[in-house]
Design a protein around this ligand. Structure first.
Ligand SMILES: *Cc1c(COP(=O)(O)O)cnc(C)c1O
Length: 405
């Protein structure tokens, strides 16, 4: 062992980590499939998937193999040199989507930062430097860099950091009339999550998505889809836009792309990509061979009938269990989402209890998420065992009963 192992606990967090998170009381140390163990050896069923990231569960053998093989071959080159895994992964993403060009980065925010810069740059080059307006939506989440958090629709996340990037307009989600009222020929892009994740697991309607496409075409604006959370099989299709019969101009994806290894991608067309040239944008780590080799393996597994069609069957198990619980406890006002991105909105009489339910669930041995204070969110592995869903929902039901008691 090269480094001495200090004894650390959850209390260490409060002493050494920037206080921007409030992690659960337990510290996970090991995971396998959809099961996780903490420092005390207690076992949990994981319905959180590391926030829609570990789409193939923990330590999937094929991903471990890719990590080991590439880890003993070549980790990093920088973009001064290209590499085989990046070229292969880009080729496969292009083959599987609308896209013709790929830019790799390391996180969702970075992919979105690249997307928003590209949208502005393209409009400036092709049309006018004044075509810079970005239309985005209330409750949207696009990441935490200053540009992406400003495009996001929750001012509480972007306030307090000084002057914000200008020319960003927010309107209500799923409200086409509101978009019509603000879109004009100075608009360079509409930015939207096909399923708002952090904002409450709220899917866009088909009319809304199709209407946005039409408005973009009428005003020569780009449709930018943030599929950081909804992409890579989460919705039951490789990308959620496939549900809507609408093609984007730019799409970003991240969370599940590396199955837990940090990597993100921005996809676009030749026409839009052609406005950029060497030096206009970049990243040191983006597209490194280690991340790309793992993501290539994840994509190979996720983009199969077997995995994608299994998503809907698993969703049905979750929804059935949630409906049974609702029938007993009169708990939810809505059960929504697509595929294995599931939101259960609490009824007004239980408002504000999402976090309490989360904590109680952990005590009962099941890891879940919230999306705001009113919505319980499930974003498990796409290949979670049906028996794990059943056992996890039994634990979840116990947790809810305790909170309500
Ligand atoms: C998580 C998320 C992001 C940000 O991704 P990071 O990897 O945390 O930077 C952006 N957009 C959506 C829709 C997300 O869910």
């Amino acid at each position: 062992m090269a480094a001495d192992k200090l004894a650390v606990t959850r209390a260490t967090f409060d002493e050494v980590i920037l206080p921007v998170y409030a992690p659960a009381a337990f510290v996970p140390v090991k995971g396998k499939g959809s099961r996780v163990w903490d420092q005390q050896g207690k076992e949990y069923i994981d319905f959180s998937g590391g926030i829609a990231v570990t789409a193939l569960g923990h330590c999937h053998p094929a991903l471990v193999e890719a990590l080991k093989t590439q880890g003993e071959t070549l980790w990093h080159t920088s973009n001064v040199f290209t590499n085989e895994p990046a070229l292969r992964l880009a080729s496969k993403l292009i083959a599987a989507t609308f896209a013709e060009r790929v830019f790799f980065a390391n996180s969702g925010a970075e992919a979105n930062e690249a997307a928003f810069k590209l949208a502005r740059y393209y409009a400036g080059k092709r049309h006018s430097p004044y075509k810079s307006k970005i239309i985005a939506f209330h409750n949207a989440f696009h990441g935490r860099t200053f540009f992406t958090v400003s495009v996001g629709g929750q001012p509480k996340y972007s306030d307090g950091f000084g002057p914000k990037p200008a020319d960003i307009v927010h309107v209500p989600f799923n409200d086409l009339e509101a978009v019509k009222a603000v879109i004009d020929d100075h608009t360079c892009a509409i930015v939207v999550e096909p399923i708002q994740g952090e904002g409450g697991v709220m899917p866009a309607t088909a009319e809304f998505m199709q209407g946005l496409r039409k408005l973009c075409d009428e005003h020569q604006a780009l449709l930018v889809l943030d599929e950081v959370q909804s992409g890579m099989g989460r919705s039951g299709k490789l990308f959620a836009y496939e549900h809507y019969g609408v093609q984007p101009d730019i799409l970003t994806t991240a969370k599940a792309l590396g199955g837990g290894f940090p990597i993100s991608a921005m996809l676009t067309t030749n026409e839009i990509a052609a406005t950029m040239s060497p030096g206009v944008h970049g990243t040191t780590y983006g597209g490194n061979p280690l991340a790309c080799a793992i993501a290539e393996t994840a994509l190979d597994i996720i983009n199969t009938d077997e995995v994608l069609s299994g998503v809907e069957a698993r969703r049905e198990l979750f929804v059935a269990a949630l409906k049974t619980l609702d029938a007993q406890l009169d708990l939810f006002s809505d059960i929504r989402g697509k595929g294995l991105l599931i939101g259960a909105a609490l009824k007004p009489q239980h408002a504000g209890k999402a976090r309490d339910i989360l904590n109680a669930a952990a005590e009962e041995g099941v890891m879940i998420l919230n999306a705001g204070t009113e919505v319980i969110r499930f974003a498990p592995s796409l290949v979670i065992e049906p028996t794990d869903i059943q056992e996890g929902m039994v634990r979840f039901a116990r947790a809810v009963e305790k909170v309500l008691a």
